[in-house]
Design a binder for this molecule. Structure first.
Ligand SMILES: Cc1cc2nc3c(=O)[nH]c(=O)nc-3n(C[C@H](O)[C@H](O)[C@H](O)COP(=O)(O)O)c2cc1C
Length: 145
């Protein structure tokens, strides 16, 4: 069964709500396994067919645990080539983090990324919620093709 990892970091809960909505969207597609978590070991990344990362922007950057995960995966030469990658996150005014994640996915790991990243300013409203659900569903449907 195809599997999707939805990995997120969230300090004040905004990106967490996005991640939950992305997972809900992905779970509308049958026969796709969806794991929603805030922690994964780099060695386990390769067991998923799609990796969606939720990361808020703090100080114009991605958060350190997401950055460390990718650094460690690169050091350990974990292969993610050809897997689907997507990024989303809450932000306040500049919102760089999801774009930075996509660049690593594409340039370092040769993943097939979904561009552009999904950004929501601060808290999730109903339009943002729907965009998150659509992202999850789109990735899940793509895995079934
Ligand atoms: C100390 C601090 C630094 C921040 N730096 C940025 C920033 O550089 N760019 C930006 O767009 N938002 C910035 N924000 C806003 C956060 O991205 C925003 O509050 C977001 O909703 C947090 O998501 P979370 O609830 O998932 O942690 C900052 C917030 C704080 C508290």
């Amino acid at each position: 069964m195809p599997s999707i990892l939805i990995l997120y970091y969230s300090r004040t809960g905004n990106t967490e709500k996005m991640a939950q909505a992305v997972a809900a969207g992905a779970r509308t597609v049958q026969r796709v396994e969806v794991e929603l978590t805030y922690h994964v070991e780099p060695e386990n990344l390769s067991s998923f067919d799609a990796i969606l990362v939720g990361v808020p922007t703090y100080h114009h950057d991605m958060t350190v645990d997401i950055k460390s995960l990718f650094e460690e995966a690169a050091e350990k030469r974990i292969s993610l080539k050809g897997k689907i990658g997507a990024a989303f996150g809450s932000y306040g005014w500049s919102g760089e983090a999801p774009r930075l994640v996509l660049e690593i996915m594409q340039n370092k790991f040769e993943m097939r990324i979904i561009d552009p990243p999904l950004l929501v300013k601060y808290t999730l409203d109903s339009a943002g919620l729907e965009r998150c659900r659509v992202l999850g569903r789109t990735v899940a449907e793509r895995l079934m093709m």
